[in-house]
Design a protein around this ligand. Sequence first.
Ligand code: MN
Ligand code: MN
Length: 391
Amino acid sequence: MARREARRRGNGNGAPEPIRRDRGATILGPRNIPLELENPDLLASPDTDAGTIPNLKFSFSAARNRLAAGGWAREVTVRELPVSKTLAGVNMRLKPGGIRELHWHKEAEWAYMIAGRARVTGVDAQGRNFVDDVGVGDVWLFPAGIPHSIQGLEEGCEFLLVFDNGEFSENETFLISDWFVHTPRDVLAQNFGVPESSFDNLPPDIERTHWILAGEVPGPLASDLVPSPAGVVPSPYSYRLSQQQPIKVAGGQVRIVDSSSFPVSTTIAAALVEVDPGGMRELHWHPNVDEWQYYISGRGRMTVFAASGKARTFDYQAGDVGYVPFAMGHYIQNTGDEPLRFLEMFRSSYFADISLSQWMAVLPPELVKTHLDLNKKTMAALKKDKPVIVK
Ligand code: MN
Ligand code: MN
């Protein structure tokens, strides 16, 4: 703690300086103090950090926001955070009645509702439909290629979308209005069996289709349940994550949602982690894939251990995206005084992690002691049950 205080020690003007004990010196040149205050572990990195590591942080606040009549959206993809090849994220806001246009895309879409409520729709290849209202803490998933829409209800809404390809762009989805205006009128007339004049009210400028349009708040859910002769989708596209009983541990709690609890989520797995003040998501790694993180509230720091003597520490706060390349060791410490809440996301059908403590605890003790020369007390402190989050 004293070290972190020392690192933050300023020059009297509230500016932090890259000085620790006898190392470092004050900054004389241009600087961005608010940004440096957000990133104390980059400004004066811990003694344990070493080597070259790609950037593992990008804030939605530094992403271009695209504004539309019904709301806005900003994205953090491989273009903003080049290491994030497996997953891409979009933060979207819909005003009351605002509609994310009927559309589809090549990627599966996983979502977490941050604020407000929305009505979501989808239709599968057999014509089976799905309509549901989702609220704070709910999750949805639209499989790749499945057409869908999202509409803000009375209070509007804001949510996080996660796509199973870092190359995804919110600007490159298949929009229903885009297709209509790029199809010859006689073809539209023939397809629907109506006169060409039926399409006179389509967007007049083929460069400006809807994307996020303004709309009226729809009526009760029951009024929007259109009977399809094919019935409804056999496995729902929504999941009430907030109603799942969390795994309660010493320093917080965790909810996991993957294909075992939410069958349609075959390519995206997630954990919603809540770390109490003073707590820490334990030292661990994931044996299957990269980890994409979204910080919902609070502040935290993470050191990523990349083997070959390389490690780097990053600081995160609400609205940031973090990333951990496949198999790299890491922890996430709550460095604030409120609960730290974040999502761990994986391009996988299942969630999996390996606990450093549990690994060491269930091996022959002499084998472990020979590596690290740990004393009896430390050996006894190893946990055979995965701690997940420590106090
Ligand atoms: Mn979509
Ligand atoms: Mn992790």
